[in-house]
Design a protein around this ligand. Structure first.
Ligand code: G6P
Length: 586
């Protein structure tokens, strides 16, 4: 979940590396570093904290950079990447975890190598140095990589061959960006999207040699050259800029109307529809926010298709589900790089299951592991906290399920008009942001929150709680309002703030309001987010729509609420502590 970037070409590597790595800061932001080669010398600059440009005043046409989310070794300048060999001729950056690093480190120490950090990564620089005694750079690099057990995306440069960056991958994303004035490497397309929209993705156990004028990709074991197809990233690079908004999160919430329009225009491949219609088992897998999107889909599948789909945390798939050749997995992942989701996908494939993925990042690993991919087209999402991509996942899943329902003869279009007005409804919530801000300022004084709802909006309660937790660092829990009385109600007192997500009409409205009174009568503080005012409590009013579409309208309201609460407490909204946008480790 760290970020890697590299450049080799005609231009000044220093400023390009800064631009690239800065755009990856959401992948980790404990510490950062650069290594560049200038006049046959390696220069390394690293530091703790947020990324700053290179201060060295030398000219370089090649370099690598890294932004770190610590796994092995504390956050310190020494542990920041790049790591170097004893002779200071080799520099390495790495994402992932090298499981056998202790053995390798001991072997290298016995051979006289001196280590400067506590990281697993440093062994790679020393291994290359060791193999360079009898091999050229490429072969030394390949042999070093073959010694590693674990997951990695690695890039290395060597002073004596200052024209190339060597890269290798296993279970961690790594791409080459094909530029006009040099080439790039990165763990994520965002790094180089300002410079090029043409990318090549490495797959597991491949390595690459990247030079100013080209690249070659080879199999790590056989050294056979591998032909790869080019990926075009149709993203607007400006989406990675704040454009006057104080935070990416706020900007991205404001992009939800556009994202909804895009999602509503997606046409599904006939093969995807047929596969789902002919599967005896459907499991929706994901992590965090993407899992919550899958949970909504479970409700929609049962209601509109009479299909029992199961949404599960990807790591639990094989603990609770029967996966075989009659199974279709719908893997949901914004980044397409979440380790837990990818592992479940690979395992499901081995069991003969077919995989459809819903992914935002083109060319990501999930897209390459899937039989079919539905690209979200939501554009880059920079804030760690997922907002617009969640709304896009919901709209895509709803549309997909209604399309299946139509083919099954259950759906005759009765929701179509309401669905086409979702964009306006979200715009309406966004216009009322000052009301939401006022509630955030007047309430939210506690350290504990409960988000409560029922039915299709129960996953909304989970997601609303997750948003608040992620960026405010307050404890929040999402749960069924009906289940409150089975234990959690004992927590209710004047310090417990409860937020109810309530539909505008119907049985669930009455039931949830009755649960709300259980809280009020025990002295709890209550906020209702609802299309129709609830008496005796503070309300945030959202536009009315069918209960089944409300998850899409509630989302911007509770996302803004979390945003303003975090703002009030001065949190690092776009980069909450300890988190990273995509978690590429186990
Ligand atoms: C991390 C992020 C979450 C995200 C989850 C799944 O935990 O902090 O915000 O929801 O990963 O990410 P994905 O890219 O697979 O949707």
């Amino acid at each position: 979940m760290c970020g890697i970037a590299g450049y080799v070409g005609d231009y000044d590597a220093k400023s390009i590396l800064y631009e690239c790595i800065k755009r990856l800061e959401y992948r980790g932001y404990d510490s950062y570093g650069y290594a560049i080669i200038s006049s046959n010398k390696l220069f390394v600059e690293k530091n703790v904290g947020y990324i700053k440009p290179i201060s060295l005043n030398v000219r370089a046409n090649i370099g690598i950079a890294h932004t770190r989310w610590a796994t092995h070794g504390k956050v310190s300048k020494e542990n920041a990447h790049p790591h170097t060999s004893c002779n200071n001729l080799i520099a390495v950056v790495h994402n992932g975890i090298i499981k056998n690093f202790k053995e390798l480190r001991n072997e290298l120490i016995n051979k006289g190598h001196k280590f400067k950090s506590e990281t697993d990564t440093e062994v790679v620089a020393h291994l290359i140095e060791e193999y360079l005694k009898e091999n050229d750079f490429e072969e030394a690099f390949r042999k070093a990589i073959l010694k590693l057990k674990g997951s990695f995306a690695i890039a290395a440069i060597y002073v004596n061959q200052p024209d190339k960056i060597l890269i290798a991958r296993n279970e961690n994303p790594l791409l080459i960006g094909i530029g006009n004035f040099g080439n790039f490497i990165a763990s994520d397309v965002n790094a180089f999207i300002k410079y090029t929209k043409r990318a090549i993705a490495l797959d597991d156990f491949e390595y690459g040699i990247v030079t100013k004028n080209g690249f070659v990709i080879k199999d790590l074991y056989t050294k056979r050259k591998i032909k790869k197809s080019e990926i075009r990233i149709d993203w607007d690079e400006d989406l990675a800029l704040k454009e006057g908004y104080e935070h990416f999160m706020l900007k991205e919430i404001n992009e939800e109307p556009i994202v909804v329009s895009y999602a509503l225009n997606i046409n599904f491949d006939e093969n995807i529809l047929n596969l789902l219609l002919n599967s005896s088992k459907i499991y929706l897998i994901g992590a965090g926010t993407s899992l919550h999107a899958g949970m909504h889909a479970e409700y929609w599948f049962s209601k509109y298709c009479r299909i029992q789909a199961i949404a599960t945390d990807a790591t639990e798939l094989f603990e609770r589900c029967v996966v075989d050749k009659d199974t279709t997995i719908i893997a949901i992942s914004q980044s397409g790089e979440t380790y837990d989701t990818l592992v479940a996908m690979k395992e499901a494939k081995k069991h003969g299951a077919k995989i459809i993925s819903i992914v935002n990042v083109p060319g990501s690993t999930a897209t390459r592991l899937s039989d079919y991919t539905i690209l979200q087209g939501a554009g880059v999402e920079v804030a760690v906290c997922a907002t617009k991509t969640y709304v896009s996942q919901l709209v895509i899943l709803l549309k997909l399920i209604l399309e299946l329902s139509k083919r099954l003869g259950y759906y005759d279009g009765f929701l179509d008009e309401e669905i086409s007005s979702l964009k306006e409804k979200i715009e309406n919530v966004l216009r009322n942001c000052n009301d939401i801000r006022k509630v955030a300022n007047d309430m939210f004084k506690s350290k504990n929150y409960l988000f409560l709802s029922r039915g299709i909006n129960l996953p909304s309660a989970y997601e609303a709680a997750l948003k608040l937790k992620e960026i405010t660092y307050f404890h929040a829990e999402g749960m069924s309002s009906a289940m409150l009385k089975h234990g959690t109600i004992s927590l209710i007192d004047e310090n417990m703030e409860t937020i109810f997500l309530i539909p505008g009409s119907g049985r669930n409205r009455e039931r949830i309001i009755s649960n709300l009174h259980e809280v009020l009568s025990r002295g709890g503080k209550v906020l209702a987010i609802t299309p129709k005012e609830v008496k005796d409590v503070v309300n945030i009013i959202v536009p009315d729509t069918s209960e089944d579409l409300l998850p899409i309208v509630f989302a911007p309201a509770y996302q803004l609420l979390a945003y303003y609460v975090a703002y009030k407490y001065g949190r690092e909204i776009d980069k909450p502590r300890h988190l990273a946008k995509s978690v590429t480790v186990e």
